[in-house]
Design a protein around this ligand. Structure first.
Ligand code: HEM
Ligand code: HEM
Length: 182
């Protein structure tokens, strides 16, 4: 993990597994958000498949986050870059918030699907609605799902801008910690 850098101190990167899971999750979050938002843009006959793909990607994100949390227990992230106490605090709080939202959005999505009487088709098997269909409650859960999804994408967007600011303006090693060695 330790590697010589152009900086005054050795560059410590996240390990390969953490980097792959980070970027894969980021791509899947953008994809699942777009599918959820633009489901009406597809031909009506595609709607069921698009919503099902949305659910499958959402469940995959939940699994990846669970894996990431278990992985972190035995593979600690590198010590923080010397960016100052204030920025370190903001960074840690935003990471915790991202974890909370990456768990909450799919869980509320599952509750939404269950309360709307929907199935999830996994190809080899399907999971049916686990609770009684209730349109009023489903609508409210759907609104919470949407609101949390916007919060997730909003916080992730700020997080990405912060990473670019570190790289392009402050010219420190924060972004490189999440990139593969050359
Ligand atoms: C990180 C994961 C997820 C994100 C970011 C996300 C985001 C969204 C967004 C933005 C919408 C559109 C809301 C609207 O305009 O009304 C939506 C709709 C929906 N989501 Fe998710 N979602 C995620 C995971 C899930 C999961 C795991 C499920 C269920 C298994 C799910 C079930 C649904 C359903 C049923 C809809 C309504 C689709 C429709 O018929 O219009 N979502 N989601
Ligand atoms: C949906 C999108 C994203 C999510 C949910 C996300 C989430 C996270 C989380 C939870 C961490 C903490 C480290 C860990 O536990 O693995 C992290 C670290 C990091 N992310 Fe993201 N990320 C996203 C997109 C991006 C993008 C687009 C960039 C770059 C432009 C980026 C750059 C970084 C960097 C540089 C770190 C390491 C920060 C450090 O600890 O020094 N992320 N990200």
């Amino acid at each position: 993990m330790t590697q010589k850098s152009t900086l005054a101190h050795p560059l410590l990167r996240y390990d390969g597994t953490a980097r792959i899971v980070h970027w894969l999750t980021a791509i899947l979050i953008v994809a699942v958000f777009c599918l959820g938002l633009f489901v009406d843009a597809f031909p009506p006959s595609w709607e069921d498949s698009v919503v099902n793909t949305h659910k499958l990607i959402g469940v995959s994100i939940l699994c990846l986050v669970a894996f990431r949390m278990i992985w972190r227990r035995n593979h600690k992230p590198p010590p923080p870059e010397p960016i100052g106490l204030m920025l370190q605090r903001v960074s840690s709080i935003s990471h915790v918030l991202l974890y909370c939202l990456m768990i909450a959005v799919p869980l509320v999505g599952l509750a939404f699907a269950a309360r709307s009487g929907q199935w999830i088709d996994f190809g080899l098997f399907s999971l049916g609605p686990v609770s009684v269909e209730d349109e009023g409650v489903a609508r409210q859960i759907g609104e919470i799902h949407e609101l949390l999804a916007y919060m997730l994408v909003g916080v992730a967007g700020l997080h990405a801008l912060a990473a670019l600011w570190h790289h392009l303006v402050r010219k420190d090693a924060v972004l490189m910690r999440m990139l593969p060695p050359k």
